[in-house]
Design a protein around this ligand. Structure first.
Ligand SMILES: [Zn+2]
Length: 248
């Protein structure tokens, strides 16, 4: 049964004109990154008000130790898993136009994916709130918190979306354009609960495209929206799907 669905999905990917992957926290769980939402998720342990941009600007000395613990200490240990590599393989073989991810962990790029639209930003960059300059996070020491801007001494903020911050126009535009140009959307590790990102697969579907979903649990996409729902671990199913697609 599952194999039949997997064969079908491989056939669709093999015949697609333009495929995008839409990914979320579920693809990085097998890399040791805890999910942020849901019971036991990171956000259930902290007051979300701390991660409002306005609060951060006024209390960087209070919020930065949390940012370091939640994001930078965890990410320093995280490595891409077979699901990330499978997407990079599909792209390298010309079977995937790009990845639109809600993740901020940089693991798609670490696995070798080239076209990656980071819808919610990235931990890999920081921006100075004073002079607006961007820096590679790897070049910023977190020994002293908050880390000062190397250019002007101002407060650095990770370049990912805080609560109630809008999606940057450029990435929204690029992701939307790519989705609208695609005829297949491969959803991996997300139920699309976060808007407006969660509407990306709808852009493909409403233009007549096909949606293939890989998730460990049923989501609101799974029945009635996704054309094929492959239930299981992304780190297992995605490499199998990529192998079948590329062998055809
Ligand atoms: Zn600065």
């Amino acid at each position: 049964m599952a194999n039949h669905a997997l064969d079908n999905a491989a056939r669709i990917l093999g015949q697609a004109r333009c495929t995008i992957a839409f990914t979320g926290a579920g693809i990085s769980v097998e890399s040791g990154i805890p999910p942020f939402r849901g019971p036991g998720g990171v956000w259930s342990k902290y007051d979300p008000a701390m991660f409002e941009k306005a609060y951060f600007k006024q209390h960087p000395q209070e919020v930065w130790p949390l940012l370091k613990t939640i994001f930078y200490d965890t990410l320093a240990r995280a490595r891409p898993n077979p699901a990330h590599y499978a997407l990079a393989d599909l792209e390298a073989a010309g079977r995937l136009a790009g990845v639109i991810t809600q993740n901020i962990d940089g693991l798609h790029q670490a696995a070798g994916s080239r076209t990656v639209h980071e819808y919610h930003g990235s931990t890999r960059r920081m921006q100075c709130l004073a002079c607006r300059a961007f820096f590679d996070s790897a070049s910023i020491s977190l020994e002293r918190l908050p880390p000062p801007c190397p250019a002007c001494g101002g407060t650095l903020k990770p370049d990912f979306i805080f609560f109630s911050e809008p999606i940057p126009f450029e990435v929204h535009r690029a992701a939307t354009d790519l989705a609208q140009a695609s005829d297949v959307c491969l959803i991996v590790g997300t139920g699309g609960e976060v808007m407006p990102a969660g509407r990306i697969p709808h852009l493909v579907k409403s233009a007549g495209g096909t949606v293939i979903e890989i998730n460990l649990y049923e989501t609101r996409y799974s029945y009635g929206f996704s054309d094929i729902f492959l239930q299981g671990k992304a780190g297992t199913l995605l490499p199998e799907l990529a192998e079948k697609t590329l062998a055809a």
